[in-house]
Design a protein around this ligand. Structure first.
Ligand code: GDP
Length: 444
């Protein structure tokens, strides 16, 4: 996973200041020096680092931190907020036109992941936005790009428009748009040609395609693994084509993360998606706030919940979100969530998103078995509905009954109850429930 080194260093710095009852100017100076080094080491653009450090310092030395009851935690909150702002603040959604077809033009260097991302995006738009996409094979130069797009299209059952590699991309796009209208396909995703380096011929061609396609979205696909280069590429494409959004691919690799942290402030264009695997469902909307929390080891509970919710109908989703917000999430809800989790695949991937998970040594080697989930479910199933709703009612004799009923030990039952209480606490903090102001990271 990306950001591991950065996360570790930032967290070590934060841990030192976290519990401090008094934070001096000298403390902040020392901390900011470490934060600066951590960011530079993660390959964040030096100008970006400079202004980031200045912003945090200015706020950290401000009145409300020094006079607050938990200054150490206030400082951490500032770092989190500024990291979030650096990556763009809110999640920026893809531009969809209300006059179909929406046209999305995918651009980027060869190997960045354009073709793969085109397929992923088509699937995402069909699943999440109920769209009927058409994929357009506009890369006539890279050998096999057309076949690759056809293969992806077949895999996800989305039509692919191609005219071979003897026709100009301009002509292909003109025909593709007509085809989309004829077939009532409301979203056109154009996979364009890339080069190994930016050159004039390519840019002129892309500009012409842009002129014909009049895209609602020009999505630049950049490979996060290329670090500073990714930022330079983004800058050039933006200057020449005025892009509207960025997808960072290969964030599942062990990139140091500098690109994710610099692109937004260098180009002023939002990162809209992150590629998290080679697979066709490996595209996630990019949430700066969640990413900042992940980097700082505060976990990404919302993404876990969303992942778990992908197959659930919208109504259930809303109900669940409301429960989390109102803090009325019960063991009964937990039970049905676990059924969802079981269908999700590798649990260790999910666990890595949990707060503090990166501090657990050997987690990489650990594979949580479905068996453990079965045990937890057996325990909850042995409870009465009333107990599931009000676990505080579980006294010693009730626990004994549940242990006998589920065939699990008392320790396991106590562990589950403790975990559940902590999870609720976490949800409360993440959703800005009560107590957030007073102590945003209490219990961490
Ligand atoms: P294009 O030349 O820009 O069209 O690049 P491709 O779509 O062919 O992708 C280049 C390589 O990167 C392929 O091997 C993809 O499987 C891989 N790839 C693309 N996106 C991701 C991603 O998010 N994660 C990982 N691990 N690999 C990716």
């Amino acid at each position: 996973m990306a950001f591991e080194g950065l996360g570790e260093r930032l967290q070590a710095t934060m841990d030192r200041i976290k519990g401090k009852g008094k934070v001096t100017e000298a403390d902040i100076k020392v901390m900011m020096r470490e934060v600066r080094l951590a960011l530079l080491e993660a390959d964040v653009n030096f100008k970006v680092v400079k202004s980031f450090v200045n912003d945090v310092k200015e706020r950290a030395l401000g009145q409300d931190v020094m006079t607050s009851l938990t200054p150490g935690q206030q400082v951490i909150k500032i770092v989190r907020d500024e990291l979030t702002a650096l990556m763009g603040g809110e999640n920026s959604r893809i531009n969809l036109s209300n006059k179909p077809p929406t046209v999305i033009m995918m651009v980027g260097l060869q190997g960045a992941g354009k073709t793969t991302t085109s397929g992923k995006l088509a699937l995402h738009l069909r699943k999440k936005h109920n769209k009927k996409p058409l994929l357009v094979a506009g890369d006539i130069y890279r050998p096999a790009a057309i076949d690759q797009l056809q293969t992806v299209g077949k895999q996800i059952d989305i039509p692919v428009f191609d005219m071979g590699d003897k026709v100009s991309p301009q002509e292909i796009v003109t025909n593709a748009l007509q085809h989309a209208r004829d077939e009532h396909l409301d979203t056109v995703i154009i996979d364009t040609a890339g080069r190994l380096h930016i050159d004039e011929t390519l840019m002129n061609e892309l500009k012409e395609v842009k002129g014909i396609a009049k895209p609602d979205e020009i999505m630049l696909v950049v490979d996060a693994m290329t670090g500073q280069d990714a930022v330079n590429v983004a800058e050039s494409f933006n200057d020449l084509l005025d892009i509207t959004g960025v997808t960072l691919t290969k964030l599942d690799g062990d990139t140091r993360g500098g690109a994710a942290l610099s692109i937004r402030s260098v180009t002023e264009k939002p990162i809209k998606f992150a590629g998290m695997s080679e697979k066709v469902d490996g595209l996630e909307p990019f949430h700066p706030d969640r990413m900042a929390q992940r980097i700082l080891g505060m976990g990404d509970v919302l993404s876990i919940i969303e992942k778990a919710q992908e197959n659930v109908v919208l109504e259930d989703q809303k109900a669940l979100q409301k429960k989390i917000k109102d803090q009325s999430f019960t063991l009964e809800d937990f039970l049905s969530q676990m059924d969802q989790v079981k269908t999700l695949g590798p649990l260790d991937e999910l666990i890595k998103m949990m707060p503090g998970a990166n501090k657990i040594k050997g987690l990489d080697k650990m594979k949580m078995s479905g068996k453990e989930i079965d045990h937890v479910q057996a325990i909850i199933r042995s409870m009465t509905m009333e107990e599931r709703e009000n676990p505080e009612k579980l006294n010693a004799s009730r626990k004994k009954r549940i242990a006998a009923g589920s065939g699990r030990s008392l320790q396991e039952i106590n562990r589950l109850l403790k975990q559940f209480t902590e999870m609720k606490k976490m949800m409360k903090q993440m959703t800005g429930g009560k107590g957030k102001k007073k102590n945003p990271f209490g219990g961490m």
